[in-house]
Design a protein around this ligand. Structure first.
Ligand SMILES: O=CC(=O)O
Length: 349
């Protein structure tokens, strides 16, 4: 266990059973330094992480950035021994890079979304992969709800109004909309979507969702397609992964179905929405507003939305808090330990 993380484990519902197995495994499987499994830290040079210090005593950790060699030649000399890879945040992981790693069995993605990883290559080779939604779900869900409240009640706009000294000039600041009793449709009911639903139920909203399959254990109402979900709800919250099937899942038909009073919140990926079209709908008042944490070409944001008071913008930060990052470190450590102790069932997905 990583010291000082007990509170986070409780907060993030990491199963202590997993950790027990992982620490037993530590004693069983890593008797000497020579036997440590080789784990590659795959990261853009700008990404740093305390994971390195945490993992170094337990694994033979390779970080190409530590070597004077260029990353490509570093990989050709060390790649054969790599059994696990940590893909830090959205560092692209192509089929070409994966093919340099013939012994790779396990990928630990430190992100919730894995659209930057060549999944077809992973599937073809039977490489096991975990993502980090378990560590990030609660914070991402809080943020999605915060964006929805902000758009409905015009909080960011009100802040700008007060700071600009407009309150003194005009006391008639326009009213926002009540959130309670609104109908909210969640697109993608994974860990994050489910946490969003739980939170909004407590606000008195009715919750519906669309996902690939109906979830038998969930009481929210299921819609098999997103157009119907949009038609029947006041707001859509996007929490699904970006795949070929979900690219531009929010298209003209969905935006028209959502209608003039509708609000859209995106904490998934920018390309879930046809962004150019969204800008048109927002500018013309064909939907009521949007809260966007993600964009199609980050960090570029369409300039037209800067002028729009019905849009709340955020720089892809929904998942991040110091607490979620600590939970992420715990999760990565636990999963690697579980994997290398042949206790794949203990991997926290
Ligand atoms: O957007 C963030 C993530 O996918 O982790």
């Amino acid at each position: 266990m990583i010291p000082g993380t007990k509170n986070n484990m409780e907060r993030n519902n990491i199963n202590p059973q997993d950790l027990t197995m992982a620490s037993d495994a530590n004693q069983e499987c890593f008797p000497s330094n020579d036997d440590l499994p080789t784990v590659l830290l795959h990261r853009l040079p700008s990404f740093n992480s305390p994971l390195k210090e945490i993992l170094q005593p337990h694994f033979h950790l390779l970080d190409p950035a530590d070597s004077p060699e260029p990353a490509s030649s570093f990989l050709s000399s060390h790649a054969k021994s790599v059994r696990a890879l940590i893909c830090l945040y959205n560092t692209p992981l192509s089929a070409e890079t994966l093919r340099l790693l013939p012994s790779l069995e396990f990928i630990v993605a430190t992100s919730a979304g894995v659209d930057h990883i060549d999944l077809e290559e992973c599937r073809g080779r039977g490489i096991i992969m975990t993502n980090a939604s378990k560590a990030f779900a609660e914070d991402a869900a809080d943020y999605a709800v915060a964006l929805l409240i902000d758009v409905c009640r015009r909080i960011s706009t009100a802040d700008r109004y007060v700071r600009a000294g407009l309150w003194q000039v005009n006391r008639d600041y326009p009213l926002g909309f009540k959130l309670g009793r609104k109908r909210v449709g969640i697109v993608g009911l994974g860990r994050i979507g489910f946490e969003v639903g739980k939170r909004l139920e407590a606000f008195g909203c009715s919750i519906a969702y669309n996902s690939r399959q109906k979830k038998p254990s969930v009481s929210f109402s299921y819609h098999a397609n997103v157009v119907d979900l949009a038609k029947d709800n006041d707001a859509l919250i996007l929490c699904c992964p970006l795949t070929e099937q979900t690219h531009h899942i929010i298209n003209r038909e969905v935006l028209e179905a959502l209608g003039k009073e509708g609000v859209i919140i995106n904490v998934g990926r920018g390309a879930l929405i046809d962004e150019k079209l969204l800008v048109k709908f927002l500018s013309r008042g064909d939907i009521a507003g949007a809260g966007l944490d993600v964009f199609e070409n980050e960090p570029d944001v369409p300039r037209e939305v800067f002028e729009l008071d019905n849009v709340v913008l955020s720089p892809h930060r929904a998942i991040f808090t110091p607490e979620s990052l600590e939970a992420l470190n715990e999760l990565v450590f636990t999963n690697l330990k579980a994997f290398f102790s042949n206790k794949a069932s203990a991997i926290g997905l």
